[in-house]
Design a protein around this ligand. Structure first.
Ligand code: KG4
Ligand code: ZN
Length: 334
């Protein structure tokens, strides 16, 4: 009998379902919520409603295109946290009802672990131990990955996540939400050294990203006084300079983690790992320092159910199931 698992992801603003069979991802269906674009950020209430609307069609498509029938599913998996409580509740409620109806085990997955386990979907896969820089809209963590389900956070942000810093500075530049991908696009056309922003240096392996938002805010305020078109005229250079600063901060601590732990296998994960500047920087570091670097495919960087399915597969192999009275954990830790 093959191990067939249906996985659901609904932690933020993507509704996603995937089917995995014996560790092989068969599909990864994602419905993106465009409703938030007008608000400059994810509106939790609207996200929950959109999940309600999208979930069944997304699950239906995942099952229909997998070649596996509902009756052949061995388990149902879902994101337990971290994430928005209302969004998580939609996924958890559906997953437990579906598992109950099919009389199969239920598997709860930690979203941040799953971002890291996305590296086990395709070859080449990292070997243990490795260091993963996990960078998303809600988190910035350096994680020591000892095994599929054995991970330790060795450093993290003390305030904003780096994805948040991308999105908030992009907003100051007048870019629509989420600004990260647009910042990346315009950064390629600009000069990273055009403007200097402060690099925070927190103790140990801690990060801080709240300062750059304020620095950019004051810088723009001063420039706009003498030139109201300052942003339009310098958009590419501004994006490039901000992105350069954020990447520099990320890499500074990553290098420190590598030397402290004497581990030269390095991975990146999470939404911001889609950033082309960060990806290029990692390739450079790999060449310069002989690091073995793992960069996920674009489709597995931002939120998706394939990564939840991969994590669920390893939990299934260990018999780690949860009870049907499980509840989501908005602030779940690794
Ligand atoms: O992992 P993710 O999809 O959702 C969370 O769990 O937060 O990450 C979303 C974050 C957003 O802040 C978004 O702007 C950022 O990832 N992001 C990027 C890029 N693509 C997504 N940031 C910079 N460059 C990108 N290419
Ligand atoms: Zn995520």
């Amino acid at each position: 009998m093959k191990i067939n698992i249906l996985a659901i992801e609904s932690s933020c603003d993507e509704t996603s379902a995937a089917v995995i069979s014996d560790g092989k991802i068969l599909n990864n269906i994602i419905a993106t919520q465009s409703v938030h674009e007008n608000y400059g950020g994810v509106v939790p209430e609207l996200a929950s409603r959109a999940h309600q609307q999208h979930l069944i069609p997304v699950v239906h498509e995942a099952i229909a295109t997998s070649g596996i029938t509902k009756e052949e599913l061995s388990a149902v998996a879902f994101t337990k946290g971290p994430g928005l409580m209302g969004s998580l509740l939609v996924g958890v409620s559906f997953a437990k009802s579906f598992a109950y109806a099919l009389d199969v085990p239920l598997i709860d997955v930690n979203h941040m672990q799953a971002h890291i386990l996305a590296h086990f979907i395709d070859d080449p896969k990292p070997t243990f131990p490795f260091i993963c820089l996990t960078v998303s809209g809600g988190h910035t963590q350096l994680v020591l990955v000892k095994d599929h389900l054995d991970m330790e956070v060795i450093g993290e942000t003390l305030d904003d996540a780096v994805g948040e810093a991308f999105d908030k500075t992009a907003k100051l530049l007048g870019l629509p939400y989420p600004g990260g991908p647009l910042m990346d696009k315009y950064a390629k056309l600009g000069n990273p050294n055009a403007f200097q922003f402060p690099i925070s240096d927190m103790p140990g392996l801690s990060y801080s990203f709240s300062g750059i938002k304020t620095a950019v805010l004051y810088f723009l305020r001063d420039q706009l006084k003498s030139n109201p078109n300052f942003i339009d005229e310098n958009l590419h250079d501004l994006c490039s300079s901000v992105q350069y600063t954020l990447i520099k901060m990320l890499v500074q601590k990553l290098k420190k983690a590598v030397s402290l732990h004497k581990i030269r296998q390095v991975a990146i994960a999470g939404g911001v790992s889609a950033n082309s500047g960060l990806r290029a920087e990692l390739e450079q570091l790999s060449k310069k320092h002989g690091w073995k670097v793992f960069i996920p495919k674009f489709e597995y960087c931002t939120d998706n159910a394939a990564m939840i399915a991969m994590a669920a597969h390893y939990k299934y192999l260990k018999g780690e199931f949860c009870d049907l009275d499980v509840v989501p954990e908005a602030r779940m830790k690794i």
